[in-house]
Design a binder for this molecule. Structure first.
Ligand code: CP
Ligand code: NVA
Length: 308
């Protein structure tokens, strides 16, 4: 099974391709499928986990990697997006990009037939698919370590954002039920929610935080102010204050409830320190799974790792 040239969000994969990525990630075989190949990683925003896990995964698969910051390229300023895409295609076999505006990814994708290279979204204002693959790996590993019967309930608390969108789609493909608990005004529209229901897992929104967290197996949160939203920061900090993940909130979950956060985190804002640094926290498993996820995606994209 092959993957599409470009992955801008989870639903650029079919459910079969998504499951195959998970299977490849689990194999964790570092065959040199990227030998003689090169990947350009372009960042318009800071990154610790995504940049490092992608670079290490590419090297582990035998590939070369060039990481570029926006000031070095001047995408859309010094040169048009399509010209940069075509230029990178002269030297590289894939572009990974973290951008302020999702439309830049769409534009890079739209010239892929000319540049000869696809684009993987390393986070945009709209979505964060490689994080979501890692999160489903983390959830699945957690369930495998402590098997359960019945459905799995994932509750996302806080701002409905790029991470929420990809997480909900990935959970829907993985047959986990997602409840998004956000205040009015920070929720997805009915139309947006419908677009997240891409698999057999349900996706719902409620404003009632406590109701949402009752019986949760996983409680996930992200920053209240995403990169690029600094101008709205003061208002968001006030409006989202009641949506902090606290030990009391975690106590409403199931007897196996775990805490998740994509990081970077702000202790005392979206999550209490005792929760993120406590025994139920999976945040370091999530960070580790970022590399596993890249190995799965790149391994499958560049021809497969073979069986077993
Ligand atoms: N979770 C995540 O994407 O982290 P970075 O912003 O550090 O890459
Ligand atoms: N929602 C956050 C995620 C960071 C990994 C942001 O976009 O800044």
């Amino acid at each position: 099974m092959s993957l599409p040239m470009s992955i801008l969000d989870i639903d650029d994969l079919s459910v079969e391709q998504f499951n195959e990525v998970l299977r490849f990630a689990r194999l964790a075989k570092f065959d040199p499928v990227l030998a003689g190949k090169s990947v350009a990683l372009y960042f318009e925003k800071p990154s610790a986990r995504t940049r490092n896990s992608a670079e290490v995964a590419i090297r582990a698969l035998g590939g070369g990697v060039t990481t570029i910051s926006d000031t070095e390229v001047g995408l859309g300023v010094r040169e048009s997006v399509s010209d940069v895409g075509r230029t990178l295609g002269c030297y590289h076999d894939l572009i990974g990009a973290r951008v302020k505006n999702h439309s830049v990814l769409e534009e890079l994708k739209s010239v892929s037939h000319l540049s000869g290279v696809g684009v993987i979204n390393l986070l945009s204002d709209f979505s964060h698919p490689t994080q979501a693959v890692a999160d489903v790996i983390t959830i699945t590993d957690s369930i495998s370590a402590n098997p359960k019967s019945g459905r799995t309930k994932v509750v996302y608390v806080g701002d409905s954002n790029n991470v929420t969108r990809s997480l909900a789609k990935a959970c829907s493909y993985a047959d986990f039920d997602t409840v998004i608990a956000s205040p009015e005004g920070y929720n997805f529209s009915e139309e947006e929610l419908a677009a997240l229901r891409i698999g057999s897992g349900s996706v719902e929104w409620v404003a009632d935080l406590k109701m949402a967290c009752e019986g949760a197996d996983f409680i996930y949160t992200d920053v209240w102010v995403s990169m690029g939203q600094e101008a709205e920061g003061a208002r968001k900090l006030v409006d989202l204050e009641p949506y902090r993940v606290t030990a009391d909130l975690m106590a409403l979950g199931s007897d196996r409830v775990k805490f998740m956060h994509c990081l970077p985190a702000h202790r005392g804002l979206e999550v209490e320190a005792t929760v993120i640094d406590g025994e139920s926290s999976l945040v370091w498993q999530q960070a580790r799974a970022r590399m596993t996820a890249f190995v799965g995606i790149l391994g499958l994209m560049f021809g497969g790792l073979g069986e077993g």
